[in-house]
Design a binder for this molecule. Structure first.
Ligand code: IPM
Ligand code: MG
Length: 362
């Protein structure tokens, strides 16, 4: 069966890291009999440059028809002055919402080879393997009304709306419980129920869903405490589930625990597990075009794509093992080199391909 994969390289380091990842995909096709048809499309700043929109119509159509979407990164200083509606971020947000990609999985895994890269003491993070499940199409990111308005006295005020309907809470809770069932069966729901009504409802619905998952141990934390616990004793967590904004913040913290945001993939899924896969890091305009970026987060995003949307578990395992192998060999891009010797984007990607070819020969 030939799978359709939409490829959205985007801006900044996006094209470079995507290039390396497509090398890995090509290797799967040559060595492992995997069959994929790729459709490239413009998004973010590239979408604006080519079509005047951060999410051009043809791009959305290609994504709608694809079995899965591989995404690089978006954004850059040259787009910061644009109208909010035309900014690269808007393209990403519209894509998430047009495709109902409500469940965002953000794993934070510390590779043993990189234990020293973390800013925390290595005993606190060694073996860390935690999954943040972030609600991605609701909450304050999308709530209406929103805007900046002028008051009668001439002063302006900015306002946004934090709103969650029960069905939105219920489906993200189910998604998180399902993932917990595949892991260590511990789920921590993060809210601000001591202050916000929306969180009170969140907690109530999560508790209701919990009745269907008697094997999962459910706990609750307020978001301020959760952020403290994440840096105090991160290994206490297995799966965390939270709203869009809290998840945005906590997942950056969790990523940093692992030493490099350049290592972490993510998945954004709809109810049918169709999804978009992207590295957690951004477009890093400061190093764009220099061949220095770490392609591993995008390569690991491809592994997630194969696992969650295409059911190709063995191929996903092969990619993850190949990444482990290149780290064992001591290869490091600058972001994970801790000041030591480093390799570039292309070299790192080629090393993963070489490890995959060795696996195919075994
Ligand atoms: C993320 C990013 C995005 C978000 C931005 C680029 C819109 O920070 O994916 O975490 O806030 O969701
Ligand atoms: Mg973020």
């Amino acid at each position: 069966m030939t799978r359709k994969i939409a490829v959205l390289a985007g801006d900044g380091i996006g094209p470079e890291i995507m290039n390396s990842t497509l090398g890995v995909l090509e290797c799967l096709q040559q060595e492992f009999g995997f069959s994929a048809e790729l459709e490239h499309a413009a998004i973010g700043g590239a979408g604006y440059d080519q079509h005047g929109q951060p999410l051009p119509e043809p791009t959305l159509a290609i994504c709608q028809q694809a079995d899965a979407i591989l995404f690089g990164a978006i954004g850059g200083p040259q787009y910061e002055g644009l109208d909010r509606e035309l900014r690269p971020e808007k393209g990403l947000l519209k894509l998430r919402s047009s495709l109902s990609l409500f469940s965002n999985l953000r794993p934070a895994i510390l590779y043993p080879q990189l234990a020293d890269a973390s800013s925390l003491k290595s005993e606190l993070v060694a073996g860390l393997d935690l999954m943040i499940v972030r609600e991605l199409t609701g909450g304050i990111y999308f709530g209406e009304p929103r805007g900046i308005r002028e008051l009668e006295n001439g002063e302006r005020e900015g306002f946004n709306t934090l709103v969650y309907a029960e069905h939105e809470i219920e489906r993200i809770a189910r998604s998180a419980f399902d993932i917990a069932m595949l892991r260590d069966r511990r789920l921590c729901s993060v809210d601000k129920a001591n202050v916000l009504e929306v969180s009170e409802l969140w907690r109530e619905v999560v508790c209701r869903v919990a009745a269907d998952y008697p094997d999962v141990e459910l706990s609750h934390l307020y978001v301020d405490n959760a952020s403290m616990q994440l840096v105090r004793e991160p290994k206490q967590f297995d799966v965390m589930v939270t709203s869009n904004l809290f998840g945005d913040i906590l997942s950056d913290t969790a990523a940093m625990l692992t030493g490099s945001i350049g290592m972490l993939p993510s998945a954004s899924l709809d109810v049918n597990a169709k999804g978009m896969y992207e590295p957690i890091h951004g477009s890093a305009p400061d190093i764009a075009g220099k061949g220095l970026a770490n392609p591993l987060a995008t390569i690991l995003s491809l592994a997630m794509l194969l696992r969650y949307s295409l059911g190709e578990l063995a191929l996903a395992d092969h990619i993850e093992a190949a990444v482990g192998e290149v780290l064992d060999q001591g290869l490091r891009t600058a972001d994970i080199a801790a000041g030591g010797d480093s390799v570039g984007t292309t070299e790192m990607g080629m090393a993963v391909v070489a490890a995959l070819r060795r696996a195919a020969d075994r």
